[in-house]
Unconditional design. Sequence first.
Length: 401
Amino acid sequence: MAVAGIITEYDPLHMGHVHLMAEARRLLGPDTGIICVMSGNYVQRGDFAAVSKFARAAAAVQSGADLVLELPVPWALSSAEGFAAGAVEILRAAGVVTHLVFGSEGGDAAPLARLAGVLRSPEFSLRLREELKKGDSFPAARQRAAEALLGREASLPLERPNDILGVEYCKALLGGGIQPVAVPRRGAEHDSTALKDGFVSASAIRALIRRGEEDGALSLMAPAMAEAYRAERAAGRAPASLENCERAVLARLRFLEEAGWAALDQGNEGLYRRFARAAGSAASLEDLLERVKTKRYPLARLRRTVFRAYLGLPPAPPERPAYLRVLAANEGGRALLAGMRKTAPAPVLTKPAAVRRLGPEAQSLFELEARATRLYALACPNPAAVPDEWRTGPVICRREG
């Protein structure tokens, strides 16, 4: 049986996401199992997830997935390369995944895989270093370096957000047995606010939520996600937003010394000095980012740095996460779990207390996740309504009747 892996955030889950799961089964067979690796309470653009991870995971299982595994926060708040590498390692460690299915503007995995191979080459590394010396952003330098080696047409995927992730997925898959499958992206473009072909981007739905237009937002979510959002809203857990705890974030940043900022500057480019100077007096995060930004640094990178500072996150390690944590499953997912327990090289975690029987690396990672959730609670309307990680197990969705 084929098992498709899907790497996602579902912030929130909409019908374009449901379409991708349906396409996985259309392409690979109706009995295909689907395992999602999903960001937890923090997302790659540098923000809080609008809805908690367990609610989003349950909605995913009710909308077509069989099993949802967590992408731990060090990888969830990483660059596209780190995000993709961590998620692919989780799928590889599951031991049962045969294909990685993802949305793509181009809709063809072959050119993305060829481009990924070039990006791994010594020639590209040399060219990229030369381009970075010109002072432009990493994406701009990478684009020029790729064009110099491949030409304009072959490097175009590096200008399209879903294809960029697709290339990173293919890079992480090199040398492994999981096959990439690109599905043409339907509907609105990434970060677009337009409704196209009945689909809209998650960023458009989040914009409606921020404006207080919740009825409009709910109408664009997948039905199970809309139901989960209503329940989380009633419980005081949604929507989580930076506005709810901006001063808490600023307070944490003001306490951070220059050496602490330096530890977050993974590129060793001196960006930490700009953060250290601005954090001491910035009156808002918008003010902070305005003081720090230059054309060299994309806003998402700056926002991730802020959140990594807020959480005290170490860099994501190069090795795979120390465990596979289950967030939600259905009957098919439980069957996949049974197979994973026989073949997975990493422990499968369903009960939080079981992490105490694992090694120090696993315990440290779970403690980090628990701290991140406690700080996530401050972004929710009612922080007291957010349960502690140590008391929260996976959501098991059973068929009705």
